[in-house]
Write a protein that binds this ligand. Structure first.
Ligand SMILES: Nc1nc2c(ncn2[C@@H]2O[C@H](COP(=O)(O)OP(=O)(O)O)[C@@H](O)[C@H]2O)c(=O)[nH]1
Ligand SMILES: [Mg+2]
Length: 346
């Protein structure tokens, strides 16, 4: 396979992956906190909360990075589950289900869970609004145990219950880790890239996953002479790099909105924020490429590699692009780490 064919294959692979997201469905009584949990998992206010979707009968759908989260509508109403519910939502196409409850466990939840179970689906139980669990003269451990026992009795199955609070963020990190554990190997990278990091370990996993993407995209971008960079003797498909940098930024949740708010709360982050914004543009990418090209060309000359022939030029191009991509990834990672540090101490 020529380097051009290889680049084309890589480009198609990237497109396919982005089109085929990890799909998670949340079901449970209206008001139990499905929309709020979705927002916590993606790390920004993607869906409106406090509105019962059963009125509109339209699913709240969040498409974020390589993730599709659905707040199933009409749940717990007389119309639910209607006969063609499973077909309408292509129930088989979801990778994971979360049953979210906050008050008493509901018969409708049990029915839906059984249906899922008989279809061989994996479902996690999430008891949200942990901050509201309280009873006079009863320890929280005991109350949690009662909820767990009640869930197992209703579902007639030995289940684990994840306790969360969207108010205090209790259990959100653990829920995110549980989602990771309960999806296929092929889907894990999608979760790691897309979900908000609540720990430094998760952030580190995000970096590993993004790094793979840098390598693949660098190969796809190193296709000679599509956009010759002035002063650099290599050709680069800049559009691939613009896409790559935008994805890295988004994977780390570093949206304009987020960066603006951080600029005010942590002024020392401003130089890092400026880098993340500046280098994501075509002009910024050109600056980075030129910087790494200078180093790479010096290195290859000192190794007596003749700078001739397309294959060699393309492989040098690949090294240059990869270094530029990695440097952008480092900037995003460092910024995300500093922001997480601040979030964890507050
Ligand atoms: N106290 C408390 N309130 C919550 C929590 N999660 C969500 N809520 C509130 O419960 C209401 C319903 O939440 P929402 O996410 O819209 O529920 P949905 O109908 O299941 O999507 C909203 O007013 C939320 O602010 C929580 O963990 N603790
Ligand atoms: Mg909702």
């Amino acid at each position: 396979m020529s380097i051009y064919d290889e680049a084309r294959t890589l480009k198609e692979k990237l497109k396919r992956e982005q089109k085929d997201p990890l799909k998670i469905a949340l079901f449970g009584q209206p008001g139990s906190g499905k929309s709020s949990i979705i927002n916590k998992l993606v790390g920004y206010n993607a869906v409106e909360t406090g509105v019962t979707t059963d009125k509109t009968k339209v699913a709240g759908i969040v498409h974020w990075n390589e993730l599709l989260l659905v707040d199933l509508p009409g749940y717990g109403t007389t119309k639910f589950p209607d006969n063609n519910f499973f077909e309408k939502f292509e129930i088989d196409s979801f990778n994971l289900y979360l049953c979210v409850f906050s008050g008493k466990f509901h018969q409708a939840d049990t029915n839906f869970f059984r249906e899922l179970r008989s279809n061989g689906k994996v479902c996690l139980f999430v008891r949200n609004k942990h901050d509201e669990i309280w009873e006079d003269n009863k320890e929280i451990d005991k109350l949690e145990k009662e909820i767990l026992e009640d869930t197992c009795r209703q579902t007639q199955s030995r289940e684990k219950v994840y306790f969360t609070s969207c108010r205090t963020k209790k259990g959100i990190k653990e829920l995110s880790e549980a989602i990771y554990r309960n999806i296929d190997e092929a889907q894990k990278a999608k979760w790691v890239k897309s979900a908000k990091a609540y720990s430094f370990e998760f952030l580190e996993m995000k970096k590993q996953a993004c790094q793979k993407y840098v390598f693949v995209a660098s190969g796809a971008a190193a296709t000679n002479a599509l956009n010759p960079i002035p002063g650099v003797d290599i050709g680069i498909d800049i559009s691939v790099l613009v896409g790559l940098f935008a994805s890295i930024r988004k994977n780390y949740g570093l949206t304009d909105e987020k960066l603006k708010s951080k600029e005010y709360t942590i002024p020392t982050l401003t130089p890092l924020i400026n880098n993340v914004i500046k280098y994501a543009t075509t002009e910024g990418i050109e600056i980075l490429i030129k910087r790494f090209a200078a180093r790479e060309i010096v290195k290859s000359i000192s190794k007596y590699i003749p700078f001739v022939g397309q294959a060699i030029a393309a492989s040098i191009g690949y090294a240059i692009i990869r270094s530029a991509g990695m440097s952008y990834l480092e900037d995003c990672h460092e910024l995300a780490k500093r922001i997480l540090e601040e979030e964890l101490t507050n």
